[in-house]
Design a protein around this ligand. Structure first.
Ligand code: XIL
Length: 379
């Protein structure tokens, strides 16, 4: 609505209202152009697959949109152990470097993902961890964290240091630290919190400016898992560990309900002095025989994306809202779940109602300048 008013406003009004309004007449708004100045809008991208061929003058359609819509990128796989540290002592930064270079070329920032996880570990870690002592596991993890975080020091604004370290309600044993599935936590099962605190310390020493996060799925609302994170966060902070943020991945499915307590959950972590973020948003759904969603699903998807963004916009400690890929053609969902249509654009880059819902919320939150932080107070 503001936008229409802008277009018909007199030249004097347009001038007086300055940049965001003036732009509206000339350029299509994008998610990044409408975002509050203190809230980054991101997408995951797999550098190894989709950015190695980047040529600034001749970007692919995918690359053009990635640059136009987002001001934050998360390497979807490129900074994970299996990609970046495939053999003992061997690091391969090609995919991660491609993400960082693309971000730099397009005035975007990078969210690092991830340093300690039970999944996508290289075979050598899986094999070696069978007989690790805690001391050995610590040495391997410390070398990895110092090397990877150190390489991108000053180029990554947030790191998911520990990813998915708690089990779920429905796992055997219920919500507790993954001291079986995670090889590092397993080797240090006598004091897993001690290991976690040190993982944050090593990362902080390697890049003092990066904000260091815990990150998980099924962590949007207030539930048993986020209660466990809340307790862990307090324990780590009491121990002086440089924990600075809590990320809710935001992988939702229309097969389940939406937990409206997401904002209250963010607020309780913010009250501990932490930043929060939506780090991997997507909203998948079961599709009909024709592979298409119905109108109700499309509308509900838009609403769920928007609710996650609104929780983030409403909590000033929320630093970033990232979608886990923006187009269905590159989404991880179809390979993993019997569902689809999870992202904000079709495989032909047609913008879905979900895209427009996000755009409208960003536009309403801030006609160019954040109401959350006075102008000039943030980057
Ligand atoms: C996914 C990637 O999107 C896939 O390409 C890969 O095959 C598996 O991992 N939670 C996370 C992400 O923290 O790293 C996962 O990414 C999705 C779930």
């Amino acid at each position: 609505m503001k936008r229409v008013a802008t277009v018909v406003a007199s030249a004097v009004t347009v001038f007086a209202l300055s940049v965001p309004v003036a732009q509206a007449g000339h350029r299509e708004p994008t998610l990044r152009s409408e975002a509050p100045r203190d809230l980054k809008i991101g997408s995951a991208v797999w550098g190894q697959r989709h950015l190695l061929d980047y040529n600034r003058k001749h970007p692919t359609e995918f690359q053009r949109i990635l640059a136009a819509e987002f001001n934050s990128l998360t390497p979807e796989n490129d900074m994970k152990w299996a990609e970046v540290h495939p053999e003992p002592g061997v690091y391969d930064f090609s995919g991660a470097d491609a993400v960082v270079a693309f971000a730099r070329a397009n005035h975007q920032e990078v969210r690092g993902h991830t340093l300690l996880w039970h999944s996508q570990n290289p075979q050598w870690v899986v094999d070696a961890s069978a007989d690790w002592t805690c001391e050995e596991a610590r040495d391997v993890l410390e070398d990895h964290i110092r090397t990877v975080v150190g390489r991108y020091a000053g180029k990554v604004y947030e790191w998911d240091v520990a990813n998915e370290i708690f089990q779920d309600d429905w796992d055997a044993g219920g919500v507790r630290l993954r001291t079986e599935a995670n090889p590092f936590l397993k080797a240090c099962a006598d004091d897993p919190v001690g290991l976690l605190g040190d993982a944050f310390r090593w990362a902080h020493e390697a890049d003092p400016k990066a904000r260091l996060f815990l990150n998980d799925y099924n962590a949007e609302g207030i539930n048993n898992k986020t209660d466990a994170y809340y307790a862990l966060a307090q324990e780590l902070l009491a121990d002086g560990a440089p924990l600075q943020g809590f990320g809710a991945q935001g992988h939702l499915s229309l097969l389940y309900g939406f937990d409206e307590s997401i904002q209250a959950n963010f607020e309780r972590f913010a009250a501990l002095g932490l930043k929060v973020a939506v780090t991997e948003a997507d909203v998948r759904m079961p599709l009909g025989d024709d592979g298409e969603p119905d109108a109700e699903q499309i509308a509900l998807q838009a609403e769920r994306y928007d609710k996650m963004l609104q929780a983030c916009v409403n909590v000033s400690a929320c630093t970033s809202f990232t979608v886990w890929g923006f187009d269905d053609g590159r989404s991880w969902v179809p390979g993993v779940f019997p569902e689809g249509y999870a992202t904000i654009m079709t495989e032909d880059f047609e913008k879905k109602p979900a895209y427009y819902a996000l755009l409208e919320t960003l536009t309403d939150a801030t006609p160019g300048t954040s109401p959350r932080t006075p102008p000039g107070r943030n980057s």
